[in-house]
Design a protein around this ligand. Structure first.
Ligand SMILES: O=P(O)(O)OC[C@H]1O[C@H](OP(=O)(O)OP(=O)(O)O)[C@H](O)[C@@H]1O
Ligand code: HPA
Length: 191
């Protein structure tokens, strides 16, 4: 096994083989297009500041942007609470946006809304920085009974069940973000 690598190729192919495909590549593409249409209808006149929530936003945001054909600015924000694991912990800030938020319409884009603690922390931070309005867009919404009260995304690509999911930007222990579909890990692979 190459140095510094946490999971072997065999372990990863086992995780994928045991997983259930929830949304194939075509369904993910349709979800991205739906997000784009709804975001355009709501925000195209606001010159929004689009903030990708690293790292998971890279794939959905990169796929979404070419569909957003109106003036916008792009920046990123980096906060994490899963740390390459399947269990969320406290929110750790790694980078705040460099673009001033005061008076702006902000669109936070992320791969998944799960328990909602990440968005809660980010929304609070954007409001504290003086954003005029903050919207949230996620590729995957996972309705979770442990969801932060009141936390609902404004724009949703697809819905996933209460399972650990990966692919289309979402990681399994730091891997598998690059799969083109969305998969639910087998229960035996969830921890
Ligand atoms: O709704 P929550 O339960 O807070 O979970 C959602 C967050 O968890 C993941 O981030 P993670 O901390 O794994 O970092 P990552 O973006 O590097 O995957 C995901 O990208 C969301 O930002
Ligand atoms: O189910 C998930 N998959 C990947 N990342 C996540 N972050 C929160 N929940 C998840």
């Amino acid at each position: 096994m190459p140095q510094g690598v946490a999971l072997t190729e065999d372990e990863l192919s086992g995780v994928v083989a045991r997983a259930e495909c929830l949304h194939d590549a075509a369904a993910v593409a349709a979800g991205i297009e739906r997000l784009a249409a709804e975001i355009t209808a709501k925000l195209s006149a606001t010159q929004p500041l689009v903030l990708g929530v690293m790292t998971g936003a890279i794939v959905p945001l990169g796929r979404l942007l070419p569909y957003l054909q109106f003036p916008l600015e792009l920046d990123y924000i980096h906060a994490t609470r899963y740390h390459k694991s399947t269990i969320g912990r406290e929110l750790v800030w790694l980078a705040r946006p460099q673009t001033p938020l005061r008076g702006r319409t902000v669109l936070l884009v992320d791969d998944i809304l799960d328990e909602g603690h990440t968005f809660k922390g980010l929304l609070d931070a954007c409001r504290e920085e003086g954003a005029e309005a903050v919207y949230t867009a996620v590729l995957a919404d996972k309705p979770n009974p442990r969801r932060e009260p009141g936390m609902v995304a404004d724009f949703i690509g697809v819905t996933v069940p209460e399972r650990y999911v990966f692919g289309a930007g979402m990681d399994y222990k730091g891997y598998l973000r690059n799969l083109d579909g969305i998969y639910a890990a087998h229960r035996d692979d969830e921890d």
